[in-house]
Design a protein around this ligand. Structure first.
Ligand code: NAD
Length: 961
């Protein structure tokens, strides 16, 4: 298996296999995955060769054979499919002298029903083991009920994240409490059986939750006296040494003996990918030898504290295992204070040898359905084939023993590669400001981040109810209209009081902008860009506070609010660099004797009209683009979020923009909207909002009035009716949470939100059942409480409009689920409706709330047609493991931003430039390389350089080829 592509295809095939419900699907996938490869794996060989021939009967036989082959392969790594089979195989293992720990495999937990059934499965398994236990004689001793005289015969390993579908690092205490609710009964049963329970470790984001769970359970007055509770800890994390040290200190202080299973970690690739995507420091050692060295250090630390901590050394690395064996001997650690663990089905010669040397070897045995357990299998295969794997080096490549046994610290210095860059390097958008990189997102697994957020909300609450003036020509201005901006979760709580502009103030702002324009236009572009960079820095220092304002004024959840501010910073940083790139005059046409220069100038006075749903990011993006290109701006924030709008003014003011360049004029659309658009001095309108208002603006701006100096340019980003297609082979463990997030995060009030999910008939029942249960599992309440996934909608009129659409949904389809809502704020129920087809209003109109239409498509072609069957073309997504279907969608699913195997929201500046077409907007994508061009007019200057036959040659400078 040396060929990398082939390996990927094989793993992907095994991953999708459990979903291939029909023979035809199986056949198609084999064709698509392996047609290009000569080396077909033995388990599929019969399939790939005969796929497509032999008719229906042939296909049936083929499907059966392949499934059987893969199941047999899975049985090498999975101890049993059913409880009786598991017990039988465990008995065989025990006869051979091995102890076990059992881990139940299954689908990811995407709703609370599944979390309940995960816990119930453990209860059932424990009951099955209870019956078998009496037939098992203790290992390594004749006169004890315990293996080796000290260790419970029954031993389980359990994954905390599977016990609570809403696990969320931002809701640290809530997550711990909910997991404990399901974990306690399981542990009680374990104790009743005199067993052992190990809390497994998973991704780093859950590490602190897992450690807290262990501490809470271990020190619980009900369980304190029972010592058989273990915790798995990973040393591939750079924090490994520290984590272990803190655990040991805790145990000693609490006077509670503990048990640690020391592992290197199974999430190495995942952690690196997640860190890079979020702009976080890489949390794992990027050099395998570092992990090995950390393993030895941590093992030593535990062995030296053996009076308080039992060690389960879980490694297949001969060097790691030998070092533990030797050290334990040297430190005279009693036998009952350490043991060895290896994975069931892996490296059998090694485990047999280990048993001879160490006596106490426990096998980590996954248990459960074979095909759905494939995800687990794949991880094992990855370990087997990854280049760094000890197993691979030992068994596949036959590395010489000296190299395999070398002390890891020697290998570190020898193999020390350049560490993986903390952020990916980029070459484009380079300028004097350095390469662009996205603002890191909040890592809520860190207590300091959670504390900072909660602290910022508390601080902002102290500032509620203040009064905010207009800002025109560098001066604060008040008017005779003062309105209150309210908290949508508590409509009687005033966030701020804002003076509103009338037409007189708009006129003043236009005059101020005109006065400032010439100077602003003519300062060098890089200097204008410097204001943006400075503004980004100011926003960065206020990031938690800026997010907290959004939580209270717009009802955004912590993560959503933080991401909005991070996006605002991205716009500032990105457009600054883009302007520097575009500001260089370029030369065009290589004809001798003339020089053609190509460059841009700003349009003049720009009006920016912003929505409330990304109250800082979208406002900031449109204003930053207009400003950096040399226009002067009149900024009208949304009436629902004027205080967040004011924070943009503060940032730009502090960055030092000259007076008149940026003017803040909140006002009612009905009062100043037309006046702003119609004004003859307005040359540019950047609008983001609804289709109705956008079209009205486009129409009005097209009329020219007396004395108007230029044709108005309108950039309008408007609504969406976005669809996600769920193909018949979609990974529902991924698709369900992503659909929930795309449809209901921030109450479905994103232009990119999913409001139609188009599901293929063959997978419909399973998808809908899991989806509804997932929707049932989310919490609704004020956004300031991080446990709440969904909050209130923006105001009363939005609430009324959404409720009206829910009534329409009742008439057009049948309601699958409608949640309860808390009292007080502007809440609406999460609503899922089925039976919707393209002619229904629910399939055509933007609802802008948590209302999801489920559409059942007979086949993939129909799904594609339906996906395109609206006036909008903003975002879309496809969950499919059919390479052919993805390829078709690339061409035929016509939306501005299309995503495969992920949700349809959450575009990131530069990586996913954002914007649609058809009735979703006119304009180039925000956060992309063409965006700034819309705010400027291109000019050319041609100079005849030939003088009486003398033709100078120009070659330097930038050229447009
Ligand atoms: P909206 O159209 O009601 O308001 C947008 C802005 O226009 C507000 O500032 C509002 O005061 C102003 N406005 C209202 N009437 C006006 C008039 N006659 N003249 C000038 N300005 C007027 O939209 P909203 O409720 O704030 O935002 C939600 C809408 O925005 C949704 O339709 C959503 O899809 C869309 N949206 C689109 C994008 C995108 O990038 N395509 C992004 C965010 C929001």
């Amino acid at each position: 298996m040396s060929h990398e592509d082939f390996k990927v295809q094989l793993f992907r095939f095994i991953d999708v296999l459990p979903c291939l419900a029909t023979e035809q699907m199986l056949n198609d996938h084999i064709q698509e995955y392996f047609a290009q490869h000569e080396k077909v794996p033995a388990v599929l060989r019969f399939g790939a060769k005969s796929a497509g021939i032999g008719g229906y009967l042939g296909m049936k036989v083929l499907a059966k054979t392949i499934r059987k082959n893969i199941e047999n392969m899975a049985l090498q790594f999975i101890i049993g499919n059913t409880i009786p089979q598991t017990v039988r195989n465990l008995s065989k293992l025990r006869q051979r002298g091995f102890a076990f720990t059992l881990d139940i495999l299954g689908e990811a937990t995407v709703n609370e029903k599944e979390a309940d059934s995960y816990a119930e499965n453990y209860m059932r398994l424990l009951e099955g083991l209870e019956q078998a236990r009496s037939n098992w004689s203790a290992l390594g001793t004749d006169n004890s009920t315990l293996d080796w005289g000290h260790s419970p015969k029954i031993n389980i390993s359990i994954k905390p994240s599977a016990l609570y579908s809403q696990i969320n690092p931002a809701d640290f205490q809530g997550s711990v409490e909910h997991i404990l609710d399901r974990l306690r009964p399981v542990y009680r049963k374990v104790i009743e059986l005199n067993g052992f329970m190990c809390i497994d470790t998973e991704m780093r984001a859950y590490k602190e939750i897992t450690i807290e769970l262990y501490r809470r359970l271990r020190s619980d007055s009900e369980f304190k006296a029972y010592p058989h509770l273990g915790l798995a800890m990973q040393v591939c994390l750079k924090s490994g040494d520290r984590d272990i040290g803190l655990m040991l200190d805790w145990a000693r202080q609490a006077r509670l003996p503990i048990s640690i299973r020391l592992v290197k970690g199974a999430y190495w690739d995942y952690e690196i990918a997640v860190a890079r995507q979020n702009g976080w420091p890489i949390p794992v050692h990027t050099n395998k030898a570092e992990t090995d060295a950390s393993f030895e250090r941590c093992a030593e630390k535990i062995l030296r504290n053996h009076d308080y901590c039992h060690l389960a050394c879980a490694s297949h690395n001969v060097r790691s295992v030998c070092s533990v064996l030797e050290l334990a001997r040297l430190l005279e650690v009693p036998d009952d204070r350490y043991e060895f663990q290896v994975l069931y089905g892996m490296a059998e010669p090694f485990r047999n040898a280990l048993l001879k040397m160490a006596d106490r070897v426990r096998l980590y045995c996954p248990q459960g359905e074979l095909l759905p357990g494939m995800a687990y299998l794949i991880r094992r295969l990855m370990e087997n084939t990854s280049n760094e794997s000890f197993l691979r080096q030992t068994y596949v490549e036959g590395c010489e023993p000296e190299r395999l046994l070398r002390a890891p610290h020697l290998s570190i210095s020898e193999t020390a590669e350049k560490p993986a860059p903390e952020r990916p390097e980029r070459s484009e958008s380079q300028s004097e400001f350095g390469a662009f990189s996205n603002e890191p997102l909040a890592d809520f697994s860190l207590p300091e981040v959670r504390d900072a957020f909660a602290g910022a909300i508390a601080e902002v609450k102290k500032k509620l109810g203040r009064t905010y003036p207009l800002f025109i020509g560098g001066n604060e201005v008040t008017t005779d209209t003062l309105v209150d901006s309210m908290n949508p979760a508590r409509p009687d709580e005033v966030i701020g009081r804002v003076w509103l502009a009338g037409t007189r103030q708009v006129e003043e702002a236009i005059t101020a902008a005109q006065d400032a324009f010439q100077r602003w236009r003519d300062i060098p572009a890089h200097k204008r860009a410097t204001y943006l960079i400075r503004a980004a820095e100011i926003a960065r220092t206020r990031i938690f506070e800026l997010a907290a304002w959004q939580v209270l004024e717009a009802g955004k959840q912590w993560r959503q609010a933080y991401n909005d501010v991070a996006e605002a910073i991205d716009f500032l940083e990105y457009y600054a660099r883009e302007m520097v790139r575009l500001a260089h005059p370029r030369y065009i046409g290589h004809a001798p004797g003339e020089v053609n220069e190509y460059f841009y100038q700003p349009k003049g006075i720009g009006v920016v009209i912003a929505p409330w749903n990304f109250p800082l990011a979208i406002s900031c993006g449109m204003c930053a683009a207009a400003l950096v290109t040399g226009n002067c701006v009149l900024y009208k924030p949304s009436n629902q979020t004027p205080v967040v709008g004011y924070t943009l003014l503060q940032i730009l003011q502090e960055a030092g923009l000259p007076p008149g360049v940026f003017n803040y004029i909140p006002g009612a659309g009905s009062v100043i909207g037309d006046f702003l658009i119609d004004h003859p001095q307005t040359s540019l309108i950047a609008f983001t909002g609804s289709m109705e208002v956008g079209l009205r603006i486009i129409e009005r701006a097209a009329r020219t009035s007396e004395g108007q100096p230029s044709v108005k340019k309108v950039i309008a980003e408007m609504g969406g009716k976005n669809a996600i297609i769920i193909d018949d082979d979609a990974d529902l463990d991924e698709a369900i949470p992503q659909v929930i997030d795309s449809a209901f995060a921030y109450q479905g009030q994103k232009c990119s939100a999913c409001s139609r999910v188009i599901v293929l008939d063959t997978i419909y029942a399973r998808f809908v059942e899991r989806l509804v249960d997932a929707a049932r599992s989310v919490r609704i309440g004020p956004a300031e409480v991080p446990a709440n996934f969904m909050g209130p909608v923006i105001d009363e009129s939005a609430q009324k409009s959404i409720l009206h659409h829910i009534e329409i949904a009742r008439k057009e389809g049948s309601i699958l689920y409608s949640s309860n809502v808390p009292g007080g704020g502007y809440y609406v129920p999460i609503t899922i409706v089925e039976g919707i087809t393209p002619e229904h209003r629910l399939a055509q109109e933007e609802v802008f709330g948590p209302v999801l239409a489920v559409m059942r498509a007979m086949d993939f072609d129909q799904a594609k047609v339906w996906a395109n069957s609206t006036r909008f073309a903003l975002t879309g997504s496809v969950f499919s493991r059919h390479p052919k279907h993805l390829e078709q969608c690339r061409k035929e699913f016509r939306v501005g931003s299309l995503y495969f195997n992920r949700g349809c929201t959450g575009a990131i500046v530069e990586k996913q430039p954002f914007g649609g077409f058809k009735m979703s907007g006119v304009g180039s994508k925000a956060g992309g390389p063409d965006y700034l061009l819309q705010f400027m007019d291109p000019r050319t200057v041609t100079e005849n350089t030939m003088r009486r036959g003398f033709v100078p040659v120009r070659s330097e400078g930038k050229w447009i080829e």
